[in-house]
Write a new protein. Structure first.
Length: 154
């Protein structure tokens, strides 16, 4: 009898651990959020951007001597207006710093004649899901005086 109860308890414990281990949605993992952000940027995927961004997220983009601040809704609207277009770039990223609840990531979008660096700030929300809370976009020209070629010719 004790052996039977022990087996039932052991199986219950293993089942609980398995469910707990796989309970996190794979689409909300740290690396997946970054991959999704890259896809959003390259393919103007505004629906995915809406899912991975915190509701109060902000985009900061330097323009000459000023910094333009766009809300999440502004960026989604901009992406909707460019639906169907594709960025002409290759992307890579590196994690600058990461703790259990806060991270900074640098995403490089390499175009033909420039690189756009996106510095992402990710935070875990109350549901323990990674969300992007800040994006800082900076263009670094590769060739002085040339305009970036950012849209692919389809």
């Amino acid at each position: 009898m004790k052996t039977g109860i022990f087996k039932v308890l052991l199986i219950s414990l293993l089942a609980t651990l398995t469910v707990t281990t796989y309970a996190e949605k794979p689409s909300d993992s740290f690396t997946q959020i970054i991959s999704d952000y890259i896809d959003c940027h390259v393919n103007y995927n505004y629906k995915k951007l809406d899912r991975i961004m915190n509701e109060n997220a902000a985009f900061k983009i330097p323009r000459a001597e000023k910094v333009i601040v766009l809300a999440k809704s502004d960026m989604i609207g901009e992406m909707k207006s460019n639906k169907g277009m594709k960025q002409n770039c290759e992307a890579s990223f590196k994690v600058v710093a990461k703790s259990s609840s806060l991270a900074m990531v640098c995403v490089d979008f390499n175009y033909e004649n420039c690189t756009q660096q996106n510095f992402l700030v990710l935070e875990k929300n109350a549901d323990k899901e990674w969300k992007i809370t800040q994006v800082y976009k900076i263009f670094n020209d590769k060739e002085p005086g040339t305009a970036p070629k950012v849209i692919a010719n389809n």
